[in-house]
Design a protein around this ligand. Structure first.
Ligand code: IDP
Length: 143
C-alpha cells in the first residue's frame, strides 16, 4: 500500500462548533500523521482559488462564501492509503448519506456545511497541500 499525503481542512463550521480537538483526535486515532497544521482566514478570492475546479457550479458562490466566512484549519496528513482512508473516515459529501460513525454523519448540518474537506486523489493531495504550505513547512512525522 502506498504512503500518501492528503490535505484536510477543518472548515469554518468545525471551528465555530469548537470541534477542532474532537475531529483531530478522530483523525489521529485512525492512524494519520499530522505533518503540517495552521489556522487561516481565507479571503473569498483564496476560497475561489482553492475550489477553482467547481467554478460555474450552482453551489460555487455559497461554497466560497462559507469557506471565507471565518477561520479554518488546513492540515497535511500522511498515511498508507491516505486519500481513500480519509474519505472513508469523513463520510459522504452529504451528511444525510454519510455512514454512521463518520465525521460528517456525526457533526455536519448540511451538504454545504459539512465540517471537513479531504483531497480526492493523490495528485490533488499534493497540489492542495501546496496551496497552504510551502514544502519546508511540511514535516516528516512518523513517516
Ligand atoms: P467533497 O468535499 O466530499 O470532495 P465535492 O463534490 O468536491 O465534495 O464538493 C466540494 C464541497 O462543495 C463539498 O464538500 C460541499 O461543502 C460543497 N458542495 C458540494 N455539493 C454541494 C451542493 O449541492 N450544495 C451546497 N454545497 C455543495
Amino acid at each position: 500500500m502506498a504512503h500518501e499525503r492528503t490535505l484536510a481542512i477543518l472548515k469554518p463550521d468545525c471551528v465555530r462548533k469548537d470541534l477542532i480537538g474532537e475531529v483531530l483526535r478522530r483523525i489521529q486515532e485512525a492512524g494519520f500523521s499530522v505533518c503540517a497544521l495552521k489556522m487561516v482566514n481565507m479571503t473569498k478570492a483564496e476560497a475561489e482559488g482553492f475550489y477553482a475546479v467547481h467554478e460555474g457550479k450552482p453551489f460555487f458562490d455559497e461554497l466560497t462564501d462559507f469557506m471565507s466566512s471565518g477561520p479554518c484549519v488546513p492540515v497535511v496528513l500522511e498515511k498508507d492509503n491516505a486519500i481513500a482512508d480519509f474519505r472513508e473516515l469523513i463520510g459522504a459529501t452529504n451528511p444525510e448519506e454519510a455512514d454512521d460513525g463518520t465525521i460528517r454523519s456525526d457533526f455536519a448540518d448540511s451538504i454545504g456545511e459539512n465540517i471537513v474537506h479531504g483531497s480526492d486523489s493523490v495528485e490533488n493531495g499534493l497540489k492542495e497541500a501546496g496551496y497552504f504550505f510551502p514544502e519546508h513547512e511540511i514535516v516528516a512525522n512518523k513517516a
